[in-house]
Every structure is written in structure tokens, then in C-alpha cells.
Ligand binder design. Sequence first.
Ligand SMILES: C[S@@+](CC[C@H](N)C(=O)[O-])C[C@H]1O[C@@H](n2cnc3c(N)ncnc32)[C@H](O)[C@@H]1O
Length: 246
Amino acid sequence: MLGGLRNVVRQELVARQLDEQIVGRYPVGQRLRVLDVGMGQGTQALRLARAGHQVTGVEQDATMIAAARESLSGEPEGIRERMRIVEGDGRDTGVHFLPGSFDVVLCHGVLMYVEEPDALLAGLARMLAPGGLLSLLVRNGDALAMRPGRSGDWAAALGAFDTAAYTNRLGLDVRADRLATLTATLAGIGAPLRSWYGVRVFTDDAADGAELPPDMDALLAAEERAGRTDPYRGVAALLHLCGVRG
Ligand SMILES: C[S@@+](CC[C@H](N)C(=O)[O-])C[C@H]1O[C@@H](n2cnc3c(N)ncnc32)[C@H](O)[C@@H]1O
């Protein structure tokens, strides 16, 4: 897993929330077919393969694929066999896979880079078997004023109320998504929203690469509680939306 407090909180919270959804939907021990679109270095994909699931990761960036392959190469053979990496665009899942061939589809930290997300999302929903789970992690477009507001940049905070555009920590101009809009989209593509969580309510302002504090367990417990509790989850930096294919 990439180091740094912010990424550890993000990955750990998403893992706990995802496991809660999986446990609630499938018998313990069932080997699930998982598709991870925009898998990056494969943190969640590898975790799920280690847990016994059959995982396919799609990624368009060669550097990320190399990092994922490197991590995978250190795993026992049984885990390596359960994970497949496909180089390609997440908008082309229909080219690579048959409709309905996955139980769980992940798309984490990708939507912000996609200008017209509806076609991508519809394609992901088509990949799901009936009852399958679509897990989306997006930048929270309802709370874009929080970061500049907390840092005292009032002009930027005021500007953030009426836009979905923001500049991320890599300096890229990207797009956030709003809960209400995605709720409508998920209903429209046949995978209505079942549950949603906030991710990074308290630690979003941590410096890049900030080290883990000694009381990390308590920090994660507080983040996890806030991520499932109103009104805290509504102003989290990221939203984790889980839709279920009807
Ligand atoms: C912020 S990273 C997130 C990685 C991983 N999903 C995670 O949550 O840790 C976003 C990843 O999505 C990939 N990506 C963005 N647009 C994509 C697309 N259209 N098709 C495939 N991968 C894409 C990027 O290359 C990058 O590796």
C-alpha cells in the first residue's frame, strides 16, 4: 500500500466499507468475480485476491501496471493465479468482457478524470451479474469548499460552492461528483444506490506523506464512525457509493 496517512485512511476505510457490503450480500467463503477498473497499483485488487476472490484489474497507465505486477510477483502462486491485469481503457469493458460476468465491480478514484462519466458507469453496470455490487469512490462535489475554507482561502471557498471543478493535489484540473446526481445516475443504469459512506472526514488536511500516528487504530475507528454517520459523512473529502444491480 502507498504510504502516507491520507492514502492509508482512504484504502483502509474503503476496504472496511466494501467488506461490509460483500459480507452482507454473499455467503462467507464464496469466491467472487471482481473487476477493478482503474486499479492503479492494485491495492484493493490485491487485497481481494489475497482474500480468495478472482480479480481482474483494468488500468491504462503503464507505470501503474508495472507497479501492480511488481507487487503481485511477490505473492504466492495461488494468489498470482487469481489475479489478471488487463491494460486498457475502463470505458471499453464491453470489448474485453461479457455482460454480467462479475459479482463486484470497483471504480475507485477514477471518475474525477473522466469528463463524461455516464457512459463509463453504464458500461460498468452492464458488467455486473444480477445482484452484483458496484463500488464507486469519488471526490465529494457537495463539500468542495471544505478544503479551502479550513485553510482560510476564502475566495477559493466561495468559488467552490457553485462548481464541480477542482484542482487536485497533483495539480490536475479534475471534476467532483455530487451524491444526488450519482444517485440518479445509478438508478438510471439499473444499479440503484444501496449504501453510501464518507471517506476522510477528519484527516483530509494531513500533509502529503504524513506518517501514521501511534494511535492509528483509534483514528481509523473515528474515521469509520464518521464515515457512516450524518452529518459528518456528507462533508467527507470522498464519497463511497455502493449500488446493487437489480
Ligand atoms: C487515483 S488512481 C486510483 C487507483 C486505485 N483505484 C485506488 O483507488 O487506489 C486512478 C487510476 O485510474 C486510472 N484511470 C483513469 N482513467 C482511466 C480509464 N479511462 N481507464 C483505465 N484507467 C483509468 C489512472 O491511470 C490511475 O491509475
